[in-house]
Design a protein around this ligand. Structure first.
Ligand code: UDP
Length: 317
């Protein structure tokens, strides 16, 4: 019989790519999403697949499912700073109560629990690049704390359940990822710059634009995730790319690739915005024999095509 997985946040950006990939690998997939930041259209193409089930539910409340389960992959959470600023309490709840509930579900079924954690556990890092052994520099009372601290608690919950109940668990720390199906108005740098460039509107850089991020293409990330699921390893594993760019470099690259005439304008830097971010990927390389393969330009070509198509669809709606 096919193995069966629950993917929470399955109608979101990463969740929908993960559902698709697991189905392709022969899994039976149960997508669970409350559609706060996810969208049914992200999984519309999967509904005809007999191996795909979809449930609208907020996993901050318990979820009881019939039948066997082999894996619970907990990806539900607002993940853009704008989204978690708009939904601070829901973000805290899904990272803490939601993680507790999904650990309970996994435990009841004897399933592997897989936590989608984040580079935000490192906060505004004082160690660069960031290895998994770095404990981070997080402001516990700042606006990003609802996400950062919830994810840190989620990691602690995961390790506690492993230690207390001998559960099979995984933790991936996901660095900035982009690609088709990002919500076009989620407020993050890549969607904002793309939307602005494609509409020849001013490109908004926050602060002086010297802050860096390392941008991983979604297909590479998903490949790392399925490899980690198959590995027997409980400590956190960073996934992302080591290609670090400043926000000015990103904005100008996107503008050039879109053939846009947008001006660049500067806006205030949000509170606690990390100055630099790049994963140390040694652990993923050694453990999973994994490395990201997609260049920023190649990934942006795919993402620009998606954004163009979305904008055209919205214009005709
Ligand atoms: N940013 C920006 N202009 C925007 C949106 C974001 O300059 O319109 C900056 C933001 O301040 C941060 C970086 O881009 O320094 C990445 O932000 P994003 O929201 O994509 O994700 P983060 O890595 O901060 O979670």
């Amino acid at each position: 019989m096919a193995p069966r997985a629950v993917v929470t946040g399955g109608a979101g950006f990463l969740g929908s790519h993960l559902c698709e990939r697991l189905l392709r690998d022969g899994w039976h997939v149960v997508c669970v999403d409350n559609l706060v930041s996810g969208a049914i259209s992200n999984v519309a193409q999967l509904h005809s697949n007999k191996m795909f089930e979809s449930i609208q539910h907020n996993v901050s409340s318990p979820l009881y499912l019939e039948g066997p389960l082999d894996a619970v992959l907990h990806f539900a959470s607002p993940a853009s700073p704008v989204d978690y600023g708009d939904h601070p309490i829901a973000t805290l709840k899904v990272g803490t109560l939601g993680t507790h509930n999904m650990l309970g579900l996994a435990r009841a079924k004897g399933a592997t629990f897989f936590l989608a954690s984040t580079s935000e556990v490192y906060g505004d890092p004082t160690v660069h690049p960031q290895p998994e052994t770095y404990w981070g520099n997080v402001n516990p009372v700042g606006p990003r704390a609802v996400y950062d601290e919830a994810k840190r608690a989620a990691e602690a919950f995961t390790m506690a359940y492993r230690r207390a109940h001998g559960m099979n668990t995984r933790i991936v720390r996901i660095f900035n990822t982009y690609g088709p199906r990002m919500r076009i108005n989620d407020g993050r740098a890549v969607p904002n710059f793309l939307l602005q460039a494609l509409q020849n509107e001013p490109i908004t850089i926050y602060g002086d634009g010297s802050q860096t991020r390392s941008l991983c293409y979604v297909d590479d990330l998903i490949e790392g995730i399925v490899r980690l699921l198959a590995a027997d390893y409980a400590e956190p594993v960073n996934l992302g790319t080591a290609d670090e760019v400043t926000m000015i470099q990103l904005a100008t690259r996107i503008r050039d690739m879109c053939g846009s005439s947008s001006q660049i304008v500067y806006k205030p830097l949000p509170e606690d915005d990390p100055k630099q971010r790049r994963p140390d990927l040694s652990r993923a390389r050694q453990l999973l024999d994994w490395a990201p393969r997609t260049t920023l330009d190649a990934g942006l070509v795919q993402t620009i095509a998606y954004f163009r198509e979305r904008l055209a669809r919205d214009r005709h709606a």
